[in-house]
Design a protein around this ligand. Sequence first.
Ligand code: V47
Length: 355
Amino acid sequence: MLDIVKEKVKNNQRITPKEALALYDYNLLDIAPIANEIRLKKHGKKSFFNVNRHINPTNICKDTCKFCAYSATRKNPNPYTLTIDEIVAIAKDAANKGAKELHIVSAHNPNVGLNWYFDAFRAIKKELPNIHIKALTAAEVHFLSTEYNLSYDEVLDMMIESGVDSMPGGGAEIFDETIRDKICKGKVDSKNWLLIHQKWHERGRQSNATMLFGHIEKREHRIDHMNRLRELQDKTKGFNTFIPLVYQRENNYLKVEKFLTANEILKTFAIARIFLDNFEHIKAYWATTTINLALVAQEFGCDDLDGTIQKESIQSAAGAKSANGISQDELVGLIKNSGFIPVERDSLYNELKVW
Ligand code: V47
């Protein structure tokens, strides 16, 4: 099977889901060179990052995802909701510190009203017209649609009208319906997650796609997840990057006993790089891999490490060491010292500076 995959990759042919699944049975160091070759062909030794700021304006949530440690309706005892002025102040501070992107993701808060979400974007864009707003996951779009009796189209048009530039990849979790029901029943379902991104892409906009792995899913569910993304990407070409998020285990209600090994994480990155032939970028989001493993992942198909973040609340609530982000100097130094070329990118992967 390995030879078939190698031959297909050499001839720019796509591998099947069955072949992707079979790759898991080989040694990591047998599949890594295949992924690395694709990475080198696409990006050489360049590793992308951006200077960004995560803002999570509220943690009060109607949904009850079992893996979530951030929501105040789960185990987090500190409910909060920022005012529009507070959100704008954070955005201005971030821009002063060099952020070019604001990654704004909230919980599904039924108490603040529809306009709170969109007024925040308008107020930011009024003060900072050039900043890129990456905001509202498909799960939030679905929440606003059902809560306020709006169609997805109406919510997406409101996003554009209020200044949202691109959509983050959150809320995808794992598409397999049986697993999804067990970890986040009630949240946007898989078909609608994909439909919302499709509609966003049809508006000429771009987005990202995530996959939460390392909990109760099996390898075949990861491949199924990637396959559904690959099919949509064939239709729309609107995804910028695929981001496999490593499940963090603390302060939540998902009772997972066996955690991922670095070997399994790197295999998943490598297989994603080989399988997702229509995705330009594979992101090792350092907040969930640790910075050390993200640097290693550069040799296993990943060409993007996400960004400086400045403040991170979702993964750090579940145990990740990402609460205060990472400085640009440190990130650049680490990428360089690991033998790669740091490239600061904007949110749509235009190169801003090559070190
Ligand atoms: O969808 C929640 C995940 C996501 C846990 O688009 C957890 O560039 C691990 O989507 N362990 C939100 N993960 C974050 C996200 C994201 C992050 C960085 C960049 C981009 C992008 C998107 O966080 C949620 C969920 O899958 N999450 N709890 C946990 N315990």
